[in-house]
Design a binder for this molecule. Sequence first.
Ligand code: 13P
Length: 250
Amino acid sequence: MTRRLIYAANWKMNHGPAEALAFAERFLQLTSPVEDRDLWFCPPAVAIRVVAEALRLRPDVRVGAQNVHWEPKGAFTGELSISMVMEAGARVVLVGHSERRHLFGETDEQVARKTVTALATGITPLVCVGETSAERESGRTESVIQRQVEAVLARVGPSDWSRVVLAYEPVWAIGTGKNATPDDAAQVHELIRFQLAQRGVAIRVPILYGGSVSLANVLSLLARPELDGVLVGGASLDPDRWAELVGLGG
Ligand code: 13P
């Protein structure tokens, strides 16, 4: 069976509605759908609608949110519910991105709650895990990844994993230009698969790699069968570069 590759763009706090629309229009001129390849776009929340509308005729595209709250509504100033981002056009949501975990104090428990609510509401959670450089250097990569995955395993039953996508994003590789080697990434992906299998998850859950993915390294990363796609920050911000990158691999 061939892999269905996912190329996910995380624009972080870049591209408001006007820039996002210009990006989408340029991207449409440059690309057409490729079989067995899905393209996900996670713009800032205020640009979800404009991107979803601009790309609505592309069957290979899904638009996503970068973060949501786990509660359906209420007094949570500054937060967005899942049904709100879905109303704007999101069908995917990043959960537990390392910037949420490390800059905004998101806990394993909160990541798990968001994943559960996403599944219950019918949006695909793209759950991110990854170790810091201090954790890697002190030999704790395995235990940190296992702890982060376990928090979700504790709340999401085996059959619901068919609707979960994971991303391994080592924190030291994000925005640094220093990607994990294909071997290092593949090793952690295997570790995660083993952990899922041990806990009765029989389904093959897609696992993306993220962290300084670029035009220069995407082919060697995707050459590893353990990787089901990539989650890309910096190299997804320019439509010409992103169009070129999503044409590589597979
Ligand atoms: P960079 O591709 O800029 O390293 O960012 C990775 C990332 O955090 C994607 O979610």
